[in-house]
Design a protein around this ligand. Structure first.
Ligand SMILES: *Cc1c(COP(=O)(O)O)cnc(C)c1O
Length: 496
C-alpha cells in the first residue's frame, strides 16, 4: 500500500514520503500528515521476537513507502549502531507496575537521538532519489536537546549545512556546552536573546519567506527542517513504543493483546504523537498520558478543549518542555477535524492572531485516548528524591515530570493498567537540577564535581557525551537579537 502525505493547511497534497522529508514543512506552512495510518499487520508472536532494527524496518517501511527495502535497511543499520551505549538502542527499567523506557543512550543522551541519528540518512537518500542538486540547509530551533542531536547527526554530512538557534538563557549549561563545542565545518550554532517560542517562530517565518527562498535557491541552497515537524522525525519515534510494548510482553508485565498506558513528558507534542500513531497502527493502548511541566497549555487543552498560549512563559528545570506552542498538535487537530484542511487552517490562523482557539465537542471526543497531567517544580523535585531513596533510580527532571504525573493519575483514577513511562533524557544532562533535588548541598559543587557526584550516587557509568565535554574547545559564540535571525542565516551561508 502506497502512503502519500497531505499538508494540514490543504495546499500541498499527495506528496511521497521522501519529498515530505526533504521539505520538512509544507510550502503552505502546514505539516505533512499521512493520508492514512497503516496497520501493523504482523503476528504478535513474530513481533515479540524482533530486534530493534528489525522492528524499525517493519514499521518504517509501512510509512515511507517510496523508499526501497535496501535503502531503508541501509539507513537503519547505519543509524542504530554502536553510537548507542546499550545493545538495542533503547532499554527498559523495571519499576513494578510502571517501566521506564530509556531513550537516552544515544550520542547526545536525550531521546532526540532516536530519530535524529536516522534522519540524515533518510534525507541524503531522499536527495539522491529526487535528483536534488541544491545543498540542503537544515534550519532548526531548539529548546536544548534537538539542537545537539541534529548537530551530531548532520555534522560533516556531504551536501548538507545545519544552522541551529537556541534561547540564550533557556537551556541547561550542559546543553549549551554540548552545542557550542560542536565540530564540523557545515555546522553553525547561534544563541538568540529570546525564548524557545521566539526561536521557533523565527525559523517558521524563514520557511514561509518566499523572497528569501528564491534568493538562496539562486545561490544553490534549499531549506529543510530537523524539528519534530518533519515526518522523518516522527516515523522513527513510533518504533520504540511498539518495541517497549513487546518488551513488556516478554517481561511478563502484560499478555500479548492486553492494553498498556503510555506516559510521555511533552513539549512540542512530537514524542506523544508518535505514541498515538503506534496506537493507530494497532498497538493495544488504554490511555496516552500527556505530562506537562508548569507550562501547562496542553493540560488545560485536554481538560477544556481550549488551546490558549496567552500566558506567562515559565523557565523550569525541564527546559526541553518549556513550550507554549506545541507544533505537532496541528497534526492531531487536522486528523480530528476529519482531515478538513479548511477547518484546521482556521484554528491555526486563530492561534497566530489571537493566541487561542477552541475545538468542537466532537473533536474533543475523538481525542479521548489522551489524558493531560501537570507537575510543578516542587512535585518534580519530590519525585526525583522519592525514586532515588525508595528505588535507587535517578530520573532526569523531564522524566520526573512524567513520573509525577503518572503517580497522581494512578491515585486519582485508580487505573492500574501497566504503564510505560518515556524516559527522555539522561540525568547527566541535568546533573545540577537532579542532584539539588536530592540534596541542596550539591548546589555548591561545580559542574565537573557534579558529574562525579552523580556517578557515585547512581552507579551509572558516565556516558561518552559527558566525558568528551570536559576539555572540548568552544567553537561557536554568536549571540543575536530575534530580528537578526534572517540576516545571520544569509551571512552564514554566503560566506561559504
Ligand atoms: C524534546 C524533549 C521533550 C519533549 O518532547 P516533544 O516531542 O517536544 O514533546 C521531553 N524531554 C526531553 C529531554 C526532550 O529533549
Amino acid at each position: 500500500m502506497q502512503i502519500l502525505y497531505n499538508s494540514t493547511r490543504g495546499l500541498e497534497n499527495n506528496v511521497p514520503a521522501s519529498q515530505a522529508i526533504l521539505k520538512g514543512l509544507a510550502s503552505d506552512g502546514g505539516l505533512f500528515v499521512p493520508q492514512q495510518i497503516p496497520r501493523l499487520d504482523v503476528d504478535p508472536e513474530i513481533l515479540k521476537g524482533l530486534s530493534y532494527k528489525e522492528l524499525a524496518f517493519e514499521i518504517m517501511k509501512r510509512f515511507l513507502t517510496d523508499y526501497t527495502e535496501e535503502e531503508l535497511k541501509y539507513c537503519i543499520d547505519h543509524a542504530y549502531d554502536d553510537k548507542f551505549e546499550v545493545p538495542e538502542a533503547a532499554a527498559m527499567h523495571d519499576c513494578g507496575n510502571a517501566c521506564f523506557l530509556e531513550l537516552y543512550h544515544g550520542a547526545t543522551i536525550a531521546f532526540k537521538d532516536m530519530a535524529l541519528s536516522i534522519l540524515p540518512y533518510l534525507m541524503t537518500t531522499a536527495a539522491k532519489k529526487n535528483n536534488m542538486s541544491n545543498e540542503i540547509v537544515i534550519l532548526t530551533a531548539t529548546s536544548g536537546d534537538t539542537g545537539k542531536a541534529a548537530l551530531a547527526g548532520f555534522a560533516d554530512v556531504p551536501g548538507i549545512r545545519i544552522i541551529v538557534f537556541y534561547p540564550k538563557d533557556g537551556v541547561s549549561r550542559v546543553q549549551e556546552k554540548q552545542m557550542i563545542t560542536q565540530k564540523g565545518d557545515n555546522t553553525c550554532v547561534i544563541a538568540i536573546r529570546g525564548n524557545f517560542d521566539d526561536a521557533q517562530t523565527g525559523v517558521k517565518k524563514m520557511f514561509n519567506d518566499k523572497e528569501l527562498q528564491k534568493e538562496l535557491a539562486e545561490a544553490g541552497f534549499e531549506f529543510s527542517s530537523a524539528n519534530s515537524i518533519n515526518i522523518g522525525r516522527l516515523v522513527p519515534q513510533i518504533v520504540y513504543y511498539v518495541w517497549a510494548y513487546y518488551q513488556m510482553v516478554n517481561m511478563g508485565k502484560v499478555a500479548s493483546g492486553e492494553k498498556i498506558n503510555i506516559v510521555v513528558p511533552t513539549g512540542n507534542f512530537g514524542n506523544i504523537l508518535a505514541a498515538y500513531y503506534a496506537y493507530r497502527m494497532g498497538l493495544p493502548v488504554n490511555r496516552l498520558i500527556c505530562a506537562s511541566n508548569e507550562n501547562k497549555v496542553l493540560f488545560d487543552f485536554f481538560e477544556t478543549g481550549i488551546y490558549d498560549k496567552n500566558r506567562e512563559f515559565i523557565l523550569t528545570s525541564s527546559p526541553s518542555m518549556d513550550i507554549l506552542v506545541s507544533s505537532n498538535l496541528e497534526r492531531l487537530i487536522f486528523e480530528t477535524t476529519g482531515y478538513d484542511a479548511d477547518k484546521s487552517s482556521a484554528y491555526m490562523a486563530a492561534l497566530r492572531t489571537g493566541g487561542k482557539y477552541e475545538i468542537t465537542p466532537e473533536m474533543k471526543e475523538k481525542m479521548s485516548i489522551f489524558v493531560g497531567g501537570t507537575a510543578d517544580e516542587s512535585e518534580t523535585a519530590a519525585v526525583i528524591r522519592k525514586y532515588f531513596t525508595e528505588k535507587n533510580y535517578i530520573l532526569d527532571p523531564h522524566t520526573a515530570v512524567g513520573a509525577a504525573v503518572y503517580e497522581k493519575y494512578v491515585e486519582q483514577m485508580e487505573d492500574r493498567t501497566p504503564a510505560v513511562i518515556a524516559s527522555t533524557a539522561s540525568p547527566y544532562k541535568f546533573a545540577r537540577s537532579v542532584l539539588t533535588a536530592i540534596d541542596r548541598k550539591y548546589d555548591e559543587h561545580d559542574d565537573m564535581t557534579l558529574f562525579s557526584d552523580l556517578n557515585s550516587l547512581s552507579k551509572m557509568p558516565m556516558p561518552k557525551a559527558i566525558t568528551e565535554l570536559f576539555d572540548a574547545p568552544v567553537r561557536h559564540n554568536t549571540v543575536i537579537d530575534i530580528e537578526d535571525m534572517k540576516k545571520t542565516v544569509k551571512e552564514s551561508l554566503m560566506k561559504g
